[in-house]
Design a protein around this ligand. Structure first.
Ligand SMILES: Nc1ncnc2c1ncn2[C@@H]1O[C@H](COP(=O)(O)OP(=O)(O)OP(=O)(O)O)[C@@H](O)[C@H]1O
Ligand SMILES: [Mg+2]
Length: 205
C-alpha cells in the first residue's frame, strides 16, 4: 500500500510542477503571483523524498509530505497544506485505505485547514474545492454508491467548487485585500487543491 501511495504522490508532484505557471498566473490576478512557484518548489522536494526514503506505512509517508511542504512551500498555503497532510497522517490506515477511511481522512483535512486558516466554505479558498469533494464522497457513501462512481462524483464536485470561487469576493488571505476586485478570478489555492484531488482520483480509477 505504501508503494501505491508513493506512486500516486509522485504523479501528484509531477502535475503540480506542470501547472506551475498556470497557478502563478491565477495568483498574479488576485495575489502576489507566487502560488505556482511555492507549490512547485514544495512538490519537487516531495518527489526527492519519495525517491530517497523508505517509508514504514501510509501514515509516516503523509507525515513526511506534511513536514516537507511546511518547510518548503511558504506563503499562506504552505502551512495550510502542511496541516492538511499532517491531519491526514493521523487518521490514515496503514493497510488498505477503505472508502470509510478515505472519508475520515477528508474530514480531518478539512478540520485542520479550517482550524489553521479560520476560513469557512464560500470564502474563495482551497476549502471551496475540498469541502464539496469530501461532502460528495460522504453523500455517495450514504446512498450506497460504490467507490469508483463515488470518486467520479467527488471529482465533479471538486471541479464545481473550484469554479464556484470565480464570482466570490475573497475574505481570507492576500486576495481579500482586493475586495470587490477579487471577483471574476478563480482562486489559485482552490485550483491547486483540484489538481491534487484530480491526480489522486485519476490514479485510483
Ligand atoms: N485562511 C485561509 N484558509 C484557507 N485557505 C487560504 C487561506 N488564506 C489563503 N488561502 C489559500 O492560499 C492561497 C494562496 O497561497 P499562496 O501560497 O500564494 O500564499 P500567499 O497568499 O501568497 O501568502 P503570503 O501572503 O503569506 O505570502 C489562496 O489562493 C487560498 O486558496
Ligand atoms: Mg501568493
Amino acid at each position: 500500500m505504501t508503494t501505491e501511495i508513493m506512486t500516486i504522490f509522485d504523479k501528484v508532484s509531477d502535475e503540480v510542477i506542470t501547472n506551475k505557471e498556470y497557478l502563478t498566473d491565477l495568483d498574479s490576478s488576485i495575489g502576489d503571483g507566487d502560488h505556482g512557484i511555492n507549490m512547485a518548489r514544495g512538490f519537487s522536494k516531495v518527489k526527492e523524498k519519495i525517491a530517497e526514503t523508505t517509508f514504514e506505512g501510509n501514515s509516516q509517508f503523509l507525515k513526511t509530505i506534511a513536514m516537507t511542504l511546511i518547510s518548503t512551500v511558504g506563503g499562506a498555503s504552505g502551512p495550510l497544506y502542511g496541516t492538511a497532510f499532517l491531519n491526514a497522517s493521523k487518521v490514515v490506515s496503514d493497510d488498505n485505505i477503505s472508502y470509510d477511511n478515505l472519508i475520515q481522512v477528508g474530514e480531518s483535512i478539512i478540520e485542520g485547514i479550517k482550524k489553521r486558516g479560520k476560513a469557512e466554505l464560500g470564502e474563495k479558498t482551497m476549502l471551496d474545492t475540498i469541502i464539496p469533494a469530501v461532502n460528495s464522497l460522504k453523500e455517495s457513501k450514504s446512498k450506497g454508491i460504490n467507490l469508483k462512481p463515488a470518486l467520479k462524483n467527488c471529482l465533479k464536485a471538486a471541479e464545481e467548487g473550484m469554479k464556484a470561487t470565480i464570482p466570490i469576493i475573497a475574505t481570507k488571505g492576500r486576495a481579500s485585500y482586493l475586495g470587490e476586485r477579487s471577483k471574476g478570478h478563480q482562486d489559485p489555492g482552490a485550483t491547486s487543491s483540484y489538481i491534487v484531488i484530480k491526480t489522486i482520483i485519476d490514479e485510483i480509477l
